[in-house]
Structures are given as C-alpha cells and as structure tokens.
Design a protein around this ligand. Structure first.
Ligand code: QAP
Ligand code: CO
Length: 195
C-alpha cells in the first residue's frame, strides 16, 4: 500500500482565506506537526474544501496561515463543466482521492522533469519549473502512522511543490532570476489593479 487516502471524504467544510504572494507567512519555515488531534482534522477538512472549490490539486497549511508541516493533495478527481439553462457554467466535482501528507521528508529524488505549475497563492501565474521526476517520500498520516511512497510525473511534481511551501519557498523562487522578476512584476501590477 503506497497511497494513504482519506476513505470517507465528503465535500464539506468552511472555505479558508488563502494567503497570496508576497505574504510573509509564505516565506516562513513551518514547524513539524506533533499533535494528531481534532484541530488537525478540522484544518485538513477545511483545506480540502478550499482546494476543491478553487479548484486546485494541492494546498499546504502555510497557504491558509497555518505554519505547520502538512499539506493536502488530490490530482485524481474529476471536474465536469455543466452548462446551465441560464447560460452560466457550473463545475461538478467527483471521484475524490484526497491525500494528507504530514511531516514529509524526501528520501530519494531522481531524474528531471519540466512541468507547468501554478499556485493558489500566486493566482494567474503559470510557468514551467524543473524538478526531480521520481521521488521517494516518508510521511505521516492523520493518525501519526509512518508511510513511504514513490511518485512520478504530476504526483511527484505536486509533492515537491507543496513541500516547498513548508520550507517557505514558492515556485517563482525555482525560476531563473530574470523569469521570476518578469512574472512577479506582471503579477504585482495585476494584484494592485484588483485593489
Ligand atoms: C500546485 O497548484 C501544482 O492561478 C497546486 O487562478 C500546480 O492547485 C503542482 C490554481 C501544478 C503541480 C502542477 C492556480 C487555481 C491552482 C491559479 C494549484 C488559479 C486557480 C493551483
Ligand atoms: Co502552491
């Protein structure tokens, strides 16, 4: 068994506000999870809800203001666009496969992959990032039990992207300085227009 899914996830919870770049909380190194309690379960439930609503495929605790080493991901669920009678569009989500990763530590990384990434904390910005193609990860589940998994392709990229958030790194930091400055300038300009 190399995937530890939540077996009874229903789409319910409270939407959490997402902190966006360049918020200081996104630059902090998060602290390990030491208590596997109800507070953790509540945070996970609401983070999953927030991720699915976005919609996104990964969300790390620091992105919702919790400076702890855990994140949720689901790269497997289905999203169907439904055209309603009044001309508007609704998204119907199904086949959830939520995964909760607590206190992750990479044991091995091999190969190289270029993948176009985005981030709920850097809305509207997408760019190719170079990462390891295959990773081996040690982590804990919500009961505190330890597991090891191996991941490839998008699964691997997503684990690395979310783990970066626990170390205060956003994907822009993984780009060349020139690309980072270009995208950041455009992004900040757009953010200011919205205010
Ligand atoms: C990280 O990112 C990721 O700009 C998860 O307007 C992304 O879920 C790992 C999102 C790609 C690997 C590949 C971004 C939603 C979602 C936006 C996300 C936006 C709405 C990002
Ligand atoms: Co992100």
């Amino acid at each position: 068994m190399n995937k530890q899914f939540l077996d009874d996830y229903k789409l319910e919870g409270t939407p959490l506000p997402i902190f966006t770049h360049p918020s200081p909380i996104l630059k902090k190194v998060a602290a390990p999870v030491t208590e596997f309690n109800d507070e953790l379960r509540q945070a996970v439930k609401n983070m999953l809800y927030t991720m699915y609503q976005a919609p996104g495929i990964g969300l790390a605790a620091p992105q919702v203001g919790i400076s702890k080493r855990f994140f949720v991901i689901d790269i497997w669920y289905d999203r169907e666009e439904v055209n309603l009678a009044d001309g508007s569009i609704e998204f119907r989500l199904s086949n959830f496969n939520p995964m909760v990763i607590i206190n992750p530590v990479f044991k091995n990384k091999t190969g190289e992959i270029l993948y176009e990434e985005g981030c709920l904390s850097v809305p509207g910005v997408y760019e190719e990032v170079k990462r390891a193609k295959i990773v081996t990860l040690d982590y804990q589940d919500m009961l505190g039990n330890s597991h090891t998994l191996e991941a490839d392709e998008l699964f691997s990229v997503c684990l690395q992207h979310e783990n970066d958030h626990l170390d205060g790194i956003v994907f822009l930091d993984r780009l060349s300085l020139l690309k980072k400055q270009f995208l950041e300038k455009k992004y900040l300009k757009k953010q200011n227009h919205k205010k």
